[in-house]
Design a protein around this ligand. Structure first.
Ligand code: NAP
Length: 516
């Protein structure tokens, strides 16, 4: 029998009372560990976090809370190799892909640790300048932001068990709000282990960080009006969360990060083989194959001028053909596995939906697996699809295949390109490629309303840009419409979600004393 991972709630480790759900190695098929949340007293756990964790965190300044994050960073760095081993076994990712999750999480945490230092010894944030409320200047209104007095519940997706935890926990803890994380079951091990290391190191106050592994049953029921919930996952689960009484009736603040049909657009006027053309080809292949395409920000639709459809198909397919797929323990392998059999089935199903409206320009089925048994391993080769009739191919604009699959689409002119991008109905990110700054800037602004992030790649930044799909803590993560309408990160902006804004109306002497 495999080990049953413990939950950390109410300030102590507690095992579920059920048999548990096994987590598997998606390449070898072995059962690794089990998770279970049966029988936990969730209302008591939430009360403990609110009362003990919240009070202890709020007693500290931003600088002091930043120092706690910095201490957590040291703990995580010291245990990094163990995380890499868990990621290989449970996520089936190659080292560089595991690093995006593990080091991305640690980097985000350290970025917020530094932000805490810069916010100094305050325990609340001033929001804007005082404003006169009438003719007399003595009585004014000053907006402030104070930490909410509830808990932050995180319900996370399977593809980023480390980054998904820390990109949310860093701004929450820095804001003074305790965290309860429920990782996706398939990859809960890494999240649980990281929480265990930080908890056991004693760097955070009791109740500041809790983890529940296994079923989500009862979590939303435990939420009270001061709490917030941040969800990452599918649109279907997001809809359930939005309609839960905690959100619909008790006004629990909710942030949703859902799926997205992100695009990459090569502007007109770039020849095949030009720097911009090559940058697009390189980025598209990287995005398709990194983490086997299991990134919410991955490029799903590639738009090029009609005349470049053939050359782009050829260049992308040639790069994809060189991708070695299989067991991440083999050093020649560049792309590991999908997370489990269910995702493998879902990718195959989604691919069939898209293939009904497209041509297959590079077939992932042609990739022989390296050191992996196709009957067991959840590995698929990368597939490039394409259609010369992008307007009528509806499924391409509404079906997210969460795997190494993207579709090439030709456009007639600039207006057609923008219209096709917008068919995604709101995305996390789009990337633009071109060499003419006078065209790139306006195109970026045209697409900004439909995207949380517009990533512009011109030849001068070709070697140093941070990547279409890489979420940097300095930039906003989230997107309107289909992407869920959420906002995360974006530097200090992330703290807004965990604070409550209030207008203090008072004498200027009172306000001045408060502002220090
Ligand atoms: P999912 O099935 O919606 O699961 C996400 C989380 O919700 C898991 O922790 C899951 O727990 C939990 N959950 C399931 N049913 C629930 C319920 N009734 N109430 C409360 N929680 C519930 O999503 P997924 O398939 O794991 O994730 C893949 C999707 O996430 C993709 O569509 C991807 O685009 C999206 N994603 C978006 C972002 C972003 O930042 N925008 C990032 C990553 C992924 P269990 O695992 O225990 O079922």
């Amino acid at each position: 029998m495999t080990e049953l991972l413990s939950n950390f709630i109410g300030g102590r480790w507690q095992a579920g009372s059920g048999a548990g759900t096994a987590l598997h190695d998606p390449v070898l098929g072995d059962a690794l560990v089990r998770v279970d949340a049966t029988g936990l007293d969730l209302p008591a756990a939430f009360a403990f976090a609110r009362e003990q964790g919240g009070a202890a965190l709020r007693a500290l300044s931003y600088r002091e809370r930043g120092a706690l994050l910095a201490a957590a960073v040291k703990v995580l760095q010291a245990n990094r190799e163990a995380y890499d081993a868990i990621a290989t076994a449970n996520s089936g990712t190659v080292r560089t892909d595991s690093a995006i999750d593990i080091d991305g999480g640690i980097y985000t945490l350290s970025t917020y640790a530094k932000l805490g230092e810069s916010l100094g010894d305050r325990r609340f944030l001033l929001d804007g300048e005082p404003a006169r409320l009438g003719k007399e200047p003595l009585f004014q209104s000053q907006h402030v932001q104070v930490p909410t007095r509830g808990v932050a519940l995180f319900i996370n997706a399977f593809n980023f068990p480390s980054w998904g935890l820390w990109e949310k926990a860093a701004p929450a803890l820095l804001s003074g709000v305790p965290v309860i994380v429920k990782p996706a079951t398939a990859t809960a091990w890494l999240t649980q282990r990281m929480v265990q290391d930080v908890v056991n190191a004693g760097v955070l106050p009791a109740g500041a960080l809790s983890v529940v592994c296994g079923s989500s049953a009862g979590l939303l029921d435990a939420l009270l009006p001061d709490d917030v919930v941040s969800f990452t996952g599918s649109a279907e689960t997001a809809a359930l969360i939005r309609s839960h009484p905690a959100v619909a009736q008790r006004s629990v603040r909710v942030n949703i990060e859902a799926d997205s049909l992100n695009s990459a657009l090569l502007l007109d006027g770039e020849a095949p083989g030009s720097e911009s053309f090559d940058l697009l080809v390189k980025e598209v292949t990287r995005e398709m194959t990194q983490k086997s395409g299991q990134k919410c920000t991955a490029i799903r639709r590639i738009l090029v001028p009609e005349a470049l459809y053939g050359p782009a198909a050829e260049a992308i397919a040639a790069r994809l053909a060189r991708t070695r797929v299989g067991n991440p323990r083999n050093e020649t392998v560049r792309m590991g596995a999908l997370v489990n059999r269910a995702q493998l089935a879902s990718v195959r199903e989604g691919l069939a939906v898209l293939q009904a409206q497209t041509d297959t320009l590079h077939d992932g089925a042609g990739h022989a697996l390296v050191d992996a048994d196709p009957a067991v391993a959840c590995c698929v080769g990368p597939t490039l699809l394409g259609t010369r009739t992008p307007d009528s191919a509806d499924r391409v604009h509404d079906t997210e295949v969460f795997g190494p699959v993207a579709t090439l689409l030709p456009y007639r002119d600039g207006a057609h390109a923008l219209a096709l991008v917008r068919r995604g109905q709101g995305s996390l990110v789009t990337s633009l490629y071109g060499s003419n700054p006078a065209a790139l800037g306006p195109a970026a602004l045209e697409l900004a309303a439909g995207h949380g992030r517009v990533h512009v790649v011109s030849p001068d930044v070709g070697a140093l840009h941070t990547g279409h799909g890489n979420v940097m803590p300095q930039s906003l993560h989230g997107g309107p419409g289909r992407a869920g309408g959420g906002e995360e990160l974006g530097g200090a902006r992330a703290l807004n979600f965990y604070h409550r804004r209030a207008a203090l109306q008072a004498s200027t002497t009172v306000l001045a004393a408060l502002a220090g």
